[in-house]
Design a protein around this ligand. Structure first.
Ligand code: M6R
Length: 591
């Protein structure tokens, strides 16, 4: 998945493209490139690495241009594989995956054409040039009909110096109309400015930008009128505010993100519609990916315990191809920080087609998921820049736990007694004590593998702790149900293996400690995150962090904080950039 941007208008295109690309880097930062049209001359610059490498392109003259920041799918993150791809009279930027690339490429090779990259996108430039008869939109329509897979495409021709043609299928694309010209991008914040009218391209739609106007077309070629989206310009461009990394800064914002999310819920305008849906829900499916999937797992514990309603939590990429059983009165909750994750969107679409009520939990107001869903609950975590999700996870949990309480009420079960309203303050305390994990770092630096153990809600958090450590420290690690360890995985424990146990349930604590003891007996170094002070003194424990007690079901929102901190400190100590881990991107818009 990648970010694309474009401009046609009165201003110089290059600075606009570079600024837009910087804002799109959360979608990929392997390589980047721009192409600017200047009265029939094409100025092109591509670089391996981040958008910063394109700084010299700022001086390119020309009022029409396209740009791209890449997350490599086909081909390594090299300059050759960077976009824009150029062939004949055509230059293009592409986000998505072309599934029939091999067959199309063979056709081009038979015509004697040569390729310079290993990407699937380059083949589109060849096809476009082949179809081109002086009308870029017509060529794009013909070409798109031959492509299988996903695409957001912005295309220019050397022969039409004022125009950019666009196509969208399963990859987001928005167009902004402003007084000085027409903009395009993979998402709204990359281009949005005061007074701009922003339009989202629908599935299989096309557009033609001519420097003044944007024209939109349905799949069958009809020109269509579009209503501008209702959006607010983000005034605050996130900064590190004295922190070395965004991840650490975003962790410091966890209490605020919890408090703001609680506030949003209190003033939710569709509360009666939501209560109605909850009242009738007999089954719940939660679909999500990565960290959002883990918040779904934590929510399952809460929903089932508090409301006694069966909950299935599915990894969206599995759910979408599984033909899931969606019964009457199934509520499907799609959880996604970005609201743009391709697999989550596909799973949500499937649920909707199958007649389920679709509730989105997302951090991005104008996201594709928000637009697709019957009801939307926003987490108010604020913009999250670091690839590793932190404050957005705590906000998702806050929201889902509040939903569990609503659901319990709708099912006639009383309040749980947990002081959810004091969560922001408790999170602040958990943050403060999390600093102690810094001292654990040396034990992890060159570990062959790391294990996170827990039971019940603690197990769900173990999975998240492990994911966090993997993605930014690159250490192999596993989150495991404590009781399951002896059925095979215990074989991996060696002298010095770091084991992190999560212990917040007095009901399950001794059971988890059995497993902890088994690892200790085999030489593991055991670290503990707990709300139960009596366990800190146990002989098995090398070091521990005490977090406030909020009760077993809702503990994940606090117990995850020391694990996020651990991942951060280990990552930094290993010399990694926790904000931009290798091979990853913030938003995964391809499947
Ligand atoms: O935007 P989403 O919540 O849909 O993203 C889902 C995952 O890609 C995301 O949580 C990913 O696992 C994070 N990098 C984890 O820190």
């Amino acid at each position: 998945m990648c970010g694309i941007v474009g401009y046609a208008g009165r201003r110089q295109a290059a600075p606009i493209l570079l600024e837009g690309l910087k804002k799109l880097e959360y979608r990929g930062y392997d390589s980047a490139g721009v192409a600017v049209l200047d009265n029939g001359t094409l100025h092109v610059m591509k670089r391996a690495g981040s958008v910063e490498g394109l700084a010299p392109a700022k001086s390119f003259a020309g009022n029409v241009g396209i740009g791209h920041t890449r997350w490599a799918t086909h081909g390594a993150p090299t300059e050759e594989n960077a976009h824009p791809h150029i062939f004949g009279r055509i230059a293009l930027v592409h986000n998505g995956i072309i599934e029939n690339m091999k067959q199309l490429k063979e056709e081009c090779l038979e015509r004697g054409e040569t390729f310079i990259s290993e990407t699937d996108s380059e083949v589109i430039a060849h096809l476009l040039d082949f179809c081109y008869e002086g009308d870029i939109l017509a060529a794009l329509k013909k070409t798109a009909a031959r492509l299988s897979g996903s695409l957001a495409l912005a295309v220019i021709s050397l022969e039409e110096p004022q125009r950019i043609a666009l196509a969208r299928r399963a990859s987001p694309l928005v167009v902004g109309r402003a007084e000085d010209g027409v903009y395009l991008a993979s998402d709204i914040p990359a281009i949005a400015a005061k007074g701009m009218k922003v339009y989202a391209l629908g599935e299989n739609e096309f557009a033609l930008l001519d420097g003044k106007e944007a024209h939109f077309y349905a799949e069958d070629g009809r020109e269509i009128e579009k209503k501008p989206l209702d959006y607010a310009v983000e005034e605050d461009v996130p900064e590190k505010k004295g922190f070395r990394h965004f991840m650490r800064k975003e962790m410091s914002e966890i209490p605020l993100s919890i408090a703001n999310t609680q506030q949003i819920l209190r003033s939710y305008p569709k509360i009666s519609a939501l209560r109605e849906v909850l009242c009738h829900a007999e089954y719940i499916h939660i679909v999500a990916c990565g960290t959002a999937y883990h918040s779904g797992l934590c929510a399952k514990v809460a929903f089932e315990t508090r409301a006694r309603i069966p909950v299935e939590v599915a990894v969206a990429s599995e759910y979408r191809y599984r033909d899931p059983v969606i019964q009457r009165n199934t509520l499907v909750i799609a959880v996604s920080q970005s609201g743009e994750t391709a697999d989550t969107l596909a799973a949500a679409e499937l649920a909707k087609r199958s007649g389920a009520t679709l509730l989105a939990v997302t951090n991005v107001r104008y996201s594709s998921l928000a637009r697709l869903s019957d009801l939307v609950l926003f987490t108010a975590a604020g913009r999250e820049i670091a690839v590793a999700a932190t404050k957005s996870f705590n906000a998702q949990l806050t929201l889902l736990f509040a939903l569990a309480e609503e659901l319990a009420m709708a099912k006639g079960r009383g309040g749980c007694g947990a002081e959810l309203f004091s969560l922001p303050e408790l999170a602040q305390r958990a943050l403060a004590s999390s600093e102690e994990v810094r001292a654990w770092t040396p034990h992890f630096l060159s570990a062959k593998s790391v294990f996170f153990l827990g039971r019940g809600a603690d197990y769900c958090v173990a999975l998240e702790g492990s994911l966090k450590l993997k993605e930014i420290s690159y250490l192999p690690s596993e989150g495991y149900p404590a009781g399951e360890l002896k059925h095979g995985t215990l074989a991996l424990i060696e002298k010095g293996t770091p084991v992190v146990a999560i212990l917040t349930s007095s009901r399950l604590a001794e059971k988890t400690m059995n497993a902890v003891h088994e690892t200790y007996a085999r030489g593991a170094k055991v670290f503990l995150v707990t709300s139960l002070p009596e366990y800190r003194k146990r002989e098995e424990i090398l070091s521990s962090v005490l977090i406030p007690d909020i009760g077993e079901i809702y503990s994940p929102v606090l117990s995850v904080i020391p694990l996020q901190a651990l991942a951060y400190y280990v990552s930094v100590a290993r010399g990694n950039d926790p904000d931009k881990p290798r091979n990853l991107a913030k938003s995964v818009t391809v499947e």
